[in-house]
Design a protein around this ligand. Structure first.
Ligand code: NAD
Ligand code: TYD
Length: 350
């Protein structure tokens, strides 16, 4: 019997983590805390919203008083912290929002845990979900390991790096039981279409240009989101206090190769001639400070905790495309309203 607070549970990865914990652990009570920003969507959780072991609370983690009241009232056993501003391009146009949520919000949560869990730190756990982007950019060779020095370049990765440092500081200074994991790029269902894969699926479907930054030479290491949620489950239950784990799929793709693969899957699914969707590929101005390559070495997680990725990328990408094509209403709901103005501003289109 555990009561777990999951923050950011209405977002992309958070909704998969909430779903996994609600379904796999009927004895646990899962409280999903989310501010419901543009990226938070309770429609991601309709299949679990009526389960007896699930509850939602609308709270902004920058509100330290609301957090403290919630911790006092609920006596959580653990926190799995995913709430964040998560999109690099938005961090370039509005860095302060990233400092507020990712840094101040994380410190507020740490304070709520530190103050409300006094005398019980050995029975509680604070699990912080982070990104491989804190390590900076790789050249053509090498991989990020847990001891790679932090070297963030974007306001997003700088804010996540800062939050990681605070989590470690609360472990070292106050003895809070803290664990961190740093994961590579995720893909799968319920992914907000500002990120590369769902944005490209949506544009290909609608015969709109598919914007590829620079020459499409940048490399990302893609992991299926349900494999990430399973890694989070394993780390939450098995990691030693104070430990960090890298999570990744050993699945590096150049953006342009990934987009060609996606176009060919979409040609088949939409009954188009091979090569038709690829005509939509449009090279656009590169992202400022664009990290060349990310690649994660997840040997520690595989050897110590026995996690391995389950799905080949081609299969996962096809499943993902199927989900977007079958969930037109979800896609049209999230791409109406504010999404249009974001898109026009980001991609200079009308
Ligand atoms: P997302 O943007 O889809 O979801 C973030 C969620 O946090 C949303 O539901 C949003 O409403 C909520 N949120 C934002 N600000 C909040 C605030 N002030 N108070 C309460 N809730 C707030 O993000 P995601 O892709 O699901 O990422 C989740 C976590 O995983 C983030 O911490 C991110 O840094 C990390 N991560 C993401 C990836 C990836 O590929 N997407 C990879 C590694 C790590
Ligand atoms: P993204 O999905 O934003 O994730 P991240 O920046 O966190 O890795 O971008 C993935 C890669 O795709 C990254 O190299 C930037 C690139 N990209 C494009 O080429 N075009 C786009 O429209 C977007 C959103 C991203």
């Amino acid at each position: 019997m555990k009561k777990i607070l999951i923050t950011g549970g209405a977002g992309f990865i958070g909704s998969h983590v909430v779903r996994r914990f609600v379904n796999h652990y009927p004895d646990y009570t899962i409280v999903n805390l989310d501010k419901l920003t543009y990226a938070g969507n309770l429609a991601n959780l309709t299949d679990v919203e009526n389960k007896p072991n699930y509850r939602f609370v609308k709270v902004d983690i920058t509100d330290s008083i609301a957090l403290n009241d919630l911790f006092y009232a609920e006596n959580f056993d653990a926190v799995i912290h995913l709430a964040a501003e998560s999109h690099v391009d938005r961090s370039i146009s509005d860095p302060t929002a990233f400092v507020m949520t990712n840094v101040i919000g994380t410190v507020n949560l740490l304070n709520a845990a530190k103050d409300n869990w006094k005398g019980q730190y050995d029975q509680k756990r604070f699990y912080h979900i982070s990104t491989d982007e804190v390590y900076g950019a790789l050249g053509k060779e090498g991989m990020f390991v847990e001891s790679t020095a932090y070297d963030p370049h974007s306001p997003y990765s700088a804010s996540k790096a800062s939050s990681d440092h605070f989590v470690r500081a609360y472990h070292d200074t106050y003895g809070l039981d803290c664990v961190i994991s740093n994961c590579s790029n995720n893909y799968g269902s319920h992914h907000f279409p500002e990120k590369l894969i769902p944005l490209a699926i949506n544009n290909i479907k609608n015969n709109k240009p598919v914007p590829v930054y620079g020459k499409g030479e940048n490399v990302r290491d893609w992991l299926w989101v349900e494999d990430h949620a399973r890694a989070i489950d394993v780390i939450f239950h098995k990691a030693e206090t104070g430990e960090t784990y890298n999570i990744g799929g050993h699945n590096e793709w150049k953006n342009i190769d990934l987009i060609h693969l996606l176009c060919s899957i979409m040609d088949k699914k939409l009954g188009r001639q091979e090569g038709e969707s690829a005509k939509l590929i449009t090279f656009v101005t590169d992202r400022a400070g664009h990290d060349l390559r990310y690649a994660i070495d997840s040997t520690k997680l595989q050897e110590k905790l026995g996690w391995i990725p389950s799905l080949q990328f081609e299969e996962g990408l096809e499943k993902t495309v199927d989900w977007y094509l079958e969930n037109e209403e979800w896609l049209s709901n999230v791409t109406s309203g504010n999404y249009q103005s974001y898109y026009e501003k980001q991609y200079h289109t009308k």
